[in-house]
Design a protein around this ligand. Structure first.
Ligand SMILES: Nc1nc2c(c(=O)[nH]1)N[C@H]1C(S)=C(S)[C@@H](COP(=O)(O)OP(=O)(O)OC[C@H]3O[C@@H](n4cnc5c(=O)[nH]c(N)nc54)[C@H](O)[C@@H]3O)O[C@H]1N2
Ligand SMILES: Nc1nc2c(c(=O)[nH]1)N[C@H]1C(S)=C(S)[C@@H](COP(=O)(O)OP(=O)(O)OC[C@H]3O[C@@H](n4cnc5c(=O)[nH]c(N)nc54)[C@H](O)[C@@H]3O)O[C@H]1N2
Ligand SMILES: [Mo]
Length: 760
């Protein structure tokens, strides 16, 4: 039902993704955040062999030495960091923390870069400047006074470099805990937990070259036009050479429909565009497991019809390299098409067509994002994707493999260098051999468990290497209040955000250098290293003048805290940060795959970490790749009441996680506002709601667990029936903290049962 009158800020956007709209938006971002000449220089240095790694996303760059590639959201991420705006101590002197809590997330970050270490003064309710030495000494004293090291949480957000993350885990482990909540726990933990069971490693197996050779891409649950913009260049090339791209997404996302590559002069000059998806299927939210099982069931049926000569399945590969096929196949045979259709929301014949397209491709890549992982069965979802690829031997050959679209630019690297709450024995042993202290072996907390311990009052200290944990996690009501009861919170950050304002008894903001900035230490300018989502490790060196003379690098801040906390430390903290090569020697000594680390990152483009599945080596207990069953078809708890809709929470085009760049979501036709609930027009009509009506969205978890969101309006969108969507982080008020994938601990941000009604 369309409203008669226009709704402010809601209008269709007909242009393709990318194109001139992207150039205009970039020009605006540069104008608002930076002065133009320096901005151009900054952008030119993004992802160059001698430049810095783009903080925007973890998609790799061809050989890491391409000429400048335009990328709107990469440009926004860079300009946001390299902004001319500042938040000096005078700002804090004139605003109480209580008054700042009334500001929006957008306003807070828009103040610009933090310039000085600040300590909270509870009497005056303001943050005051402190010297670094005093900050470190006070933090160290409180940490030393803790009776139990396991009452301290060490959070990492995935922008931290390998060097910073390595020192950080060393600090926490020497201090005595494995409490490592990290952003990956809210993101691709389902990948990190699910894929090792399937193929022996929790990482993607493709390289960029594989995209030149693939004959089919199946893209599930990710929105690259916004979140992995550099991937659009790759998809554009694949589409242009005529390889099919089959999309599974409950929402129509413009960039997956049509994209104009700003790199393509002809397309730009003619206002042309390239169709990206050859087939666009809209499953229900949470319908992917059923869809995947449907495709695999169809393959199995085709194979059985053709008999022993069939090449529908790669029988030789299955026999030589896999385990568990018979039980897996039996489960598919026992699953009914009717259930598959109802639960996926996709007709049988459409799924059969996908299966046919898949049999025609000699090399297939499946790409996936948060639409797959952030469900109660996220881990098993990921494993179904691996199963689909295994059926036709799509591992360990050119043009084929699995491609999780990672989040933060170094989220994968942070995990590689030791940010894990469940350390393996080998790593602990090598830490002990290299550094001479015995790290704890008992498992620690992930993100949800860490926050639950804070809510329960068991954890008393939270140290954050970046990020905005309380806002990123579900259930702000519980989290916000809980972190304010902490004895100590420390935030290493570039920009002010809400987590910094949720002050405990003692709170510190420690401002750090960003990727774009020169990092000068005793032996000269330093580079850091990062690992992209294709396991390429390379150096990143900032060149800009730091936002303030008082800033320290993340490694230097971690080392400063560690030295002040652990006076008897076995780790030569200050020696290590004089020359980051020394930190990298430590990484090399502890982690396999980093042989000759310092030598190899000096080669432009860096090097690739070992990925055994690419050589058909499977580090699983059976020594084979495993077909793992998905029990039933439901990714989320089942609700039979037909009035219940399934809510998914998404990123707009103008945001980076909790950082809100602006209030537009251009490709979805939303301008200047974020208070929207995207709904299918039939779901709207059924409830007597008109577009633009103000709504009440209420969860359907049962008595005593109701949560509601108000002050949102209905917006008609091409979204699967029975599914609704709103923005993250606003939607987090509807997600309970313990509503998670039990296997990986990932919050089910993408599958909240809700009822929607018009506000009276
Ligand atoms: N500019 C920008 N870049 C970013 C980020 C950012 O916020 N802004 N965030 C970074 C981070 S940390 C991450 S993890 C990635 C996130 O990148 P994405 O995974 O692309 O993130 P989301 O916006 O959460 O959207 C996921 C997509 O899944 C679809 N979806 C929702 N529910 C389902 C479902 O049940 N099934 C299927 N098949 N699809 C579904 C949505 O319609 C949406 O298109 O991006 C990274 N890059
Ligand atoms: N409902 C819902 N919730 C979600 C999601 C969802 O899809 N739906 N997605 C989840 C996902 S995938 C993720 S990854 C998390 C994100 O969780 P986080 O990683 O915790 O959050 P960010 O918003 O990325 O953190 C932004 C802050 O990082 C700091 N920062 C930026 N650059 C740097 C730097 O170089 N160094 C340091 N030290 N600090 C820096 C700035 O102060 C900025 O305010 O959110 C999760 N929450
Ligand atoms: Mo993420």
């Amino acid at each position: 039902m369309m409203a008669d009158k226009a709704i402010p800020g809601i209008r269709p956007y007909d242009a393709p993704a990318g194109g001139w709209g992207a150039l205009r938006a970039t020009a605006k971002a540069i104008q608002e955040q930076m002065n133009a000449p320096e901005a151009t220089v900054t952008l030119l240095r993004t992802n160059q062999p001698e430049g810095f790694d783009c903080p925007g996303c973890a998609w790799p760059d061809k050989e890491h030495k391409s000429t400048f590639r335009f990328c709107e959201n990469g440009a926004k991420a860079v300009t946001w960091e390299a902004t001319n705006k500042r938040v000096p101590p005078t700002f804090f002197a004139s605003h109480t923390v209580t008054s700042l809590r009334e500001w929006s997330d957008y306003q807070l970050e828009d103040q610009g870069r933090l310039t000085h270490p600040m300590a909270y003064n509870p009497e005056k309710d303001i943050y005051e400047a402190v010297s670094w030495d005093e900050a470190f000494a006070r933090i160290g004293a409180i940490l030393r006074s803790q009776a139990d090291p396991n009452a301290v949480e060490f959070y990492t957000s995935g922008r931290a470099s390998n060097e910073a993350a390595f020192l950080y885990q060393l600090f926490a482990r020497e201090y005595g805990t494995n409490n490592f909540p990290d952003c990956s726990n809210m993101c691709h933990e389902a990948t990190s937990v699910g894929l090792p069971q399937s193929i022996g490693i929790g990482k993607g197996t493709v390289s960029l070259d594989d995209f030149d050779h693939c004959e089919l891409i199946i893209a599930m649950g990710h929105n690259p036009g916004t979140n992995h913009p550099r991937m659009m260049g790759t998809l554009h090339e694949v589409a242009r050479r005529g390889a099919p791209i089959i999309v599974f997404n409950p929402l129509r996302e413009r960039a997956l429909e049509r994209f104009a590559d700003p790199q393509d002069p002809l397309e730009m000059a003619t206002f042309g565009a390239t169709e990206i998806a050859s087939t666009y299927l809209q499953p229900k939210v949470g319908g992917d497991a059923a869809a995947l099982k449907g495709i695999m069931k169809a393959l199995l049926e085709m194979d059985e019809v053709l008999g022993p000569e069939s090449v529908v399945l790669d029988h030789a590969f299955i026999a030589e390299h896999t385990h568990g096929f018979e039980a897996f196949a039996a489960d598919l045979r026992a699953t009914s098409w009717r259930d598959i259709e109802t639960i996926s929301g996709i007709p049988e014949d459409e799924l059969r067509k996908v299966a046919e397209a898949y049999t025609k491709s000699k090399a297939t890549i499946v790409t996936y994002g948060m639409g797959i992982t952030q469900h109660s069965m996220g881990t098993q979802n990921v494993q179904q994707i691996a199963n689909l690829l295994l059926l036709r031997g799509n591992f360990g050959k050119p043009g084929a493999g699995i491609c999780p679209l990672r989040g933060h630019s170094n989220v994968q690297g942070d995990r590689t260098v030791g940010i894990t709450e469940k350390p393996g024995a080998a790593m602990l042993q090598r830490i002990e051999q290299t550094f001479g202290f015995r790290p704890p072996a008992a498992h620690g907390h992930d993100a949800v468990a860490g926050m639950q311990a804070i809510v329960a009052g068991e954890s008393k200290v939270l140290i954050c290497l970046g990020g905005n944990l309380a806002v990123a996690l579900p259930d702000p009501e519980a989290c916000f209040e809980a972190v304010r009861r902490l004895e100590l919170s420390v935030h290493i950050a570039t920009k002010l955000n809400r987590s910094h304002l949720l002050t405990g008894k003692h709170s510190f903001i420690l401002p750090c250098l960003g990727r774009t900035e020169r990092d000068m230490q005793a032996t000269g300018p330093q580079s850091v290293t990062v690992e992209d989502s294709m396991s390429m490790v390379h150096a990143s060196r900032g060149k800009l003048t730091p936002a303030s003379e008082a800033l320290k690098s993340e490694p230097a801040i971690v080392a400063g805290m560690a030295a002040a906390t652990l006076p008897e430390s076995k780790v030569p903290w200050m020696h290590l940060i004089e020359d980051y090569d020394r930190i990298r020697n430590g990484i090399e000594a502890v982690f396999p795959g980093f042989e000759k680390f310092n030598e190899r990152i000096r080669v432009p483009g860096g090097f690739r970490l070992p990925l055994p599945p690419t050589e058909r080596i499977w580090n699983t207990p059976s020594g084979k790749a495993e077909f793992l069953r998905f029990t039933g078809l439901q990714e989320d708890p089942v609700f039979t009441d037909p009035t219940i809709l399934k809510l998914t929470t998404l990123r707009s085009h103008d945001q980076y996680n909790t950082t809100i760049y602006g209030l537009d979501d251009r490709y979805r036709g939303v301008f200047g506002r974020r208070d929207v609930l995207f709904m299918n027009e039939y779901d709207l009509a059924e409830r007597g709601i008109a577009e633009g009506d103000e709504l009440i969205v209420e969860t359907a978890f049962g008595k005593g667990q109701e949560r509601r969101m108000t002050k949102v309006i209905a917006v008609v969108y091409k979204i699967a029936r029975g599914s609704v969507a709103t923005y993250y982080p606003e939607g987090n008020c509807l997600v309970p903290l313990d509503y998670i994938d039990k296997e990986s601990g990932t919050p089910s941000y993408k599958s909240v049962p809700v009822r929607v009604a018009r506000a009276e």
